[in-house]
Ligand binder design. Sequence first.
Ligand code: ZN
Length: 406
Amino acid sequence: MKQTIRKAFKFRLNPNSDQVQKMVEFAGANRFVWNKALALNLSRLENKQPMLWYHELAFWLGLWKQSDEYGFLKTVHSQPLQQTLKNLERAFKDGFDKKQPLKRIPKFKKKGLSDSFRYPQGFKLEQASNKVFLPKIGWVKYRNSRQVIGDVKNMTISRKGKYWYVSIQTEYEAAILHHQSTSMVGIDLGVKRFLTLSDGSYIEPLNSFKKWEKKLALAQRKLARKAKFSANWKKQKQIITRLHERIANARLDFLHKSSTEISKNHAMIVVEDLKVRNMSKSAKGDITRSGRNVKAKSALNKSILDQGWGMFVQMLEYKQHWSGGDVLRVNPQYTSQTCPCCGHKSKDNRLTQAKFKCVECDYTKNADLVGALNVLARGHRVLACGVETLVSTTKQEPVFTESACV
Ligand SMILES: [Zn+2]
């Protein structure tokens, strides 16, 4: 049996100044097309007119290109522009999809924040000489740090800070593997501990964030004192961008290490369905409750954590997919309040943030571990009940309901 594996390889580009200028132009044109088509659709929606989908939008794109006003679009390779329209169509469809409650109507792209464009074809890759060919830009050198495996499906060019990157997406066939381990484990995602496993082990959060956050806050205060758009202000802005990059890299590294470790040791991993969890406002409410500015701070922490958790689960899913294991998502409701011993469900079971004590049977344990045990138990129930489960890298994400099993 074979399966298709998709992989992305990202490298930093070393373009010359002409190429940089073109990339800036192309990214600008793609942002322009996205915003223009988005505005068009939003005004149609407002006027109760039907949406324009890809084929109609592509027709509009043709008109814009011929106009004097938007003639600059002609200098850009047409496929990335079409791809941008396809992406917009996808974003609208996701936004309307009721099964994906966290999706929203697409947003306008801002300059400098989402500079990217994708080639669906026409590119070339020469690994031996460390270069890629990008239509209308030419051969661009890249920092070749690892071998690209598989058939190249598309290339996305993007900017982060002052650097440009190419992300090469490939596909290849590989034999379906059987995971080397047979163990099944439940995971509780938390704040004090990044995660707790049902076997009692846990992973501390990445503490260096605190250090970085302080540096960032300091840098931002410095920025506020400088005259806007002055040379010093711009310099300070760059410092902040670099700090953000470092934080992002440290987090990515941390998430990779954690997910690799767990994926290696367990064939079946049960996690909380973050979509359901984010919607229930009770969630866990366990961000630190002391100190000043708790509200603003906890909102920030939460967003950082949410992002981290989402990414972490994604990594688990594809790593399990590669190694022949599985990830199962279960409904997280009441996993922190239910007694694993007698099943009694009550808020009063949580005396403190860290401690679980059942008011019915006196069962006492670390609260995060209780969460992980309940998650694992739900996983077992789902498998036993034969409810359709979700396997790691499936494209659509079925929303799992537990109605019959709770
Ligand atoms: Zn109990």
